[in-house]
Design a protein around this ligand. Structure first.
Ligand code: HEM
Length: 535
């Protein structure tokens, strides 16, 4: 009688296993040949040289030699879990996406939360932005909401992203520091990009050192569009709010925890889910029209700006619960490929120039990280609805399409899948016109008002932590002219902030007269920068 398999190979993703479980307890090679001895290499005599013909040894070692793939160029360290999303009621009034219509439907999701700057082996409690990426396996295809735990970003244009990341990653000559913004190059870069000021306020605040991954917010950052059945579109901003509320560590705790347990956040997440204490977030949207956007005193396409909730309140639309840890970290969390251009009918992009650049970057990087154009066939990336097209071949092709037709249109028998204008994805037909230019709009020029709003909304302890954050990190910057330039910006945000950081750095008064640099290529601000400064 056949022995019962003692282990099975799963997809970890609810689908069919793509590799059949080994028969009984017998260990085999990748060709299915049963291995008689997995402990001793083939040698000439018990103490003699090894033989090249030992195909069992060579197969095992060769596979091991290729176990690692390149880590993500950003967000390399992350932790993921499975769960579901459920809408509270039909969102049909604003959005026709199928997964937002029926509150009885649980849409499966995979969520990965990450740090941005550190390598895959860096520590969990670094001061950093947290990525908050969710893949919804909807019946109309995969939808990815690839956000962060901070609602704004460092830069307004994707063309600056490689420079931003190079400035924060380990310096090319010495390969440190890591996952920490205590970097001459980082402070040099951001102080030459005054658009980073709002984001810097968040990053130097408690938000950047969360207590737990279960206690962070998530934001889509960019403005997106939702489209209803009639084809009408509204703009939206996405917000995830944790059921437990948002909590942080103080810097001293984070530093100690980093030493005692670099895996603090992932351990906390895994333990909670294993114990049945499932992390939960509410998804809300801020919905607004073009006419309303025209009234804002900032540009809704500028990713360094948030929309104050006093202007556009949050509308809760559903919840996400993470209720299952992965079976295999590599197969799932490491191989998952999120992409902001994975959309379903009813959701679309805006012209945010940072978002537009991201639309190119993710698929491109994943081709090199995962090594094959067929990575959508990896179970964690595979849609859970039927998918069929005429893309063929390529590295690691898992599908075996039958028949002679691999083109469309065609008029042959069994000619394969057909387009469907009714249920298919249509881009929102926004009207566009204008000259081809490399020019940032003047409406992106105010880099201080929201940074100042953030500072003014803080309690006294939070302000102390922000001053502490700037002072600690800037204190690690060796270049006096860079520190002075940063102090100029801080003065421009708020004199109290600038003065307190200058005091901590022993640089009293050094930056009082500095007008922040407007980098080459930026528009001239519509009003003098001094007008943005506190009187
Ligand atoms: C990951 C590029 C801005 C959120 C990545 C990756 C790249 C990238 C290349 C690695 C992807 C992979 O290997 O699978 C960019 C570019 C940006 C940008 C070019 C700006 C132009 C942003 C912004 C957000 C964000 C503004 C948040 C709204 C994320 C997240 C991940 C990620 C959450 C990790 C996804 C995961 O968990 O696998 N980004 N990014 N990125 N990015 Fe961005």
């Amino acid at each position: 009688a056949k022995a019962k398999p003692s282990f099975k190979t799963t997809t970890g993703n609810g689908g069919e296993p793509h590799q059949i479980a080994t028969d009984g307890d017998r260990l085999t090679t990748n060709q299915g040949v049963v291995v008689a001895d997995d402990q001793n290499t083939l040698t000439v005599g018990a103490r003699g040289p090894q033989l090249l013909e030992d195909h069992i040894l060579r197969e095992k070692i060769t596979h091991f030699d290729h176990e690692r793939i390149p880590e993500r160029v950003v967000h390399a360290r992350g932790y993921g879990a499975h769960g579901y999303f459920q809408c509270y009621k039909s969102a049909a009034k604003i959005c026709k996406a199928g997964f937002l219509q029926d509150p009885s439907v649980k849409t499966p999701v995979f969520c990965r939360i990450s740090t941005v700057a550190g390598s895959a082996g860096s520590r969990d409690t670094a001061r950093d932005v947290r990525g908050f990426a969710v893949k919804f396996y909807t019946e109309e295809g995969n939808y990815d909401l690839v956000g962060n735990n901070i609602p704004v970003f460092f830069i307004q244009d994707a063309i600056k992203f490689p420079d931003l990341i190079h400035s924060v990653k380990p310096a090319p000559d010495r390969d440190f520091p890591q996952a920490q913004s205590a970097h001459d190059t980082f402070w040099d870069f951001v102080s030459l990009n005054s658009e980073s000021m709002h984001m810097l306020m968040w990053v130097m605040s408690d938000r950047a050192i969360p207590r737990s991954l279960r206690m962070i917010e998530g934001f889509g950052v960019h403005t997106f569009r939702m489209i209803d059945k009639k084809g009408d579109s509204r703009f939206v901003k996405f917000h995830w709010r944790p059921k437990y509320g948002a909590f942080s560590q103080i810097w001293d705790e984070a530093v100690m925890v980093a030493g005692a347990d670099p895996d603090f956040h992932r351990r906390d997440m895994w333990n909670a889910i294993n114990a049945g204490d499932f992390p939960e977030w509410e998804l809300s949207v801020q919905v607004f029209t073009q006419e309303e956007a025209d009234q804002f005193d900032f540009d809704h396409l500028d990713p360094t700006k948030l929309i104050p909730e006093e202007i556009v309140p949050l509308t809760p639309i559903g919840k996400m619960v993470l209720d299952r840890n992965v079976d295999n970290f590599f197969a799932e969390t490491e191989q998952v490929a999120f992409c902001p251009s994975h959309l379903v009918p009813g959701i679309d992009f805006s012209n945010d120039p940072l978002l537009q650049g991201r639309l190119f970057s993710y698929l491109d990087t994943q081709l090199s990280r995962l090594g094959s154009p067929n990575f959508h066939q990896i179970p964690i990336n595979k849609p859970k609805c039927p998918f069929a097209n005429f893309q063929r071949d390529g590295h690691m092709q898992m599908d075996v399409p039958a028949g002679r037709v691999a083109n469309q249109p065609n008029s042959l028998d069994n000619g394969g899948p057909r387009e469907d204008p009714k249920s298919g994805f249509h881009s929102f037909p926004a009207e566009e016109s204008g000259a081809k230019v490399r020019l940032r709009p003047e409406s992106f020029a105010d880099h201080y008002t929201q940074a100042r709003l953030f500072w003014k909304s803080m309690t006294e302890p939070e302000k102390r932590h922000i001053v502490g954050g700037f002072s600690f990190e800037l204190g690690k910057c060796q270049e006096t002219h860079v520190r002075t330039r940063m102090l100029g910006h801080l003065n421009n945000i708020d004199r109290e902030l600038g003065t307190q950081v200058a005091d901590c750095l022993g640089m009293q008064g050094m930056a009082d007269d500095i007008t922040p640099v407007v980098p080459v290529g930026d528009p001239e601000p519509s009003k003098p920068l001094s007008q943005y400064a506190v009187a």
